[in-house]
Design a protein around this ligand. Structure first.
Ligand SMILES: O=C(O)CCC(=O)C(=O)O
Length: 201
């Protein structure tokens, strides 16, 4: 599924396979982007994307999600330049026909994403999800849905790439919890292969 990743990272301590069994595969590639590039894309995206407050249903009510979001199809003629560059770069590492990117902006330590798996009705079966991190480091928690509920905690550093196979979405939830210590803003780019009939979100 993934290209030989060992040859890809030019910075950081090298790629790590965090999980690889019948329940799926997760790879973490620190230093996938050079620090200057990660900083540049962060600034350009923070300023140049039309960030929105996401909404979700909770107990019969609509509430804001605690972060800002945006999404683009990758064939959008108005795709912001850093997203086109990021998509091209991610495709060099991950062998998947990514066609959409979801963006998350965590403004501070209070912003988060609750544990979830990606919506299976929206993503094409068999393809991975690749998360590119920019800005400050946030901790991702990946937890098995069933006992013994194996847990992975991964600090997603700026310029890193975190790749989850499709199968992991069946067996694990992933999330970014709020944290007690102050932290600066972080942007994540979630590259997905969306089913064409699914609306963007
Ligand atoms: O910010 C992240 O790295 C995780 C984002 C995520 O889980 C999602 O967009 O579904």
């Amino acid at each position: 599924m993934f290209h030989a990743m060992a040859q890809l990272p030019l910075f950081g301590t090298g790629p790590r396979t965090l999980l690889d069994d019948a329940s799926g595969r997760i790879d973490y590639i620190p230093g996938f982007l050079a620090p200057d590039e990660a900083r540049d894309w962060f600034e350009r995206l923070r300023a140049g994307v039309r960030w929105q407050s996401g909404r979700r249903r909770m107990y019969e009510r609509e509430v804001d999600v605690p972060r800002l979001v945006a999404s683009h199809l990758l064939d959008d003629p108005h795709l912001p330049a850093p997203l086109a560059e990021a998509a091209a770069r991610v495709r060099t590492a991950v062998d998947a026909p990514f066609n959409a990117v979801g963006l998350n902006l965590y403004r501070d330590a209070q912003d988060s994403v609750a544990p979830h798996n990606d919506r299976l009705a929206h993503i094409a079966e068999g393809h991975p999800i690749a998360l590119l991190s920019l800005g400050d480091t946030r901790r991702m928690t990946v937890r098995a849905k069933l006992p013994p509920r194996r847990v992975l905690h991964v600090d997603l550093e700026p310029g890193s790439l975190f790749v989850m196979s499709y199968a992991t979405q069946l067996h694990y939830d992933h999330g970014i919890p709020k944290q007690h210590t102050p932290v600066g803003p972080r942007i994540s780019l979630a590259f997905r292969v969306r089913r064409r009939e699914a609306a963007t979100d």
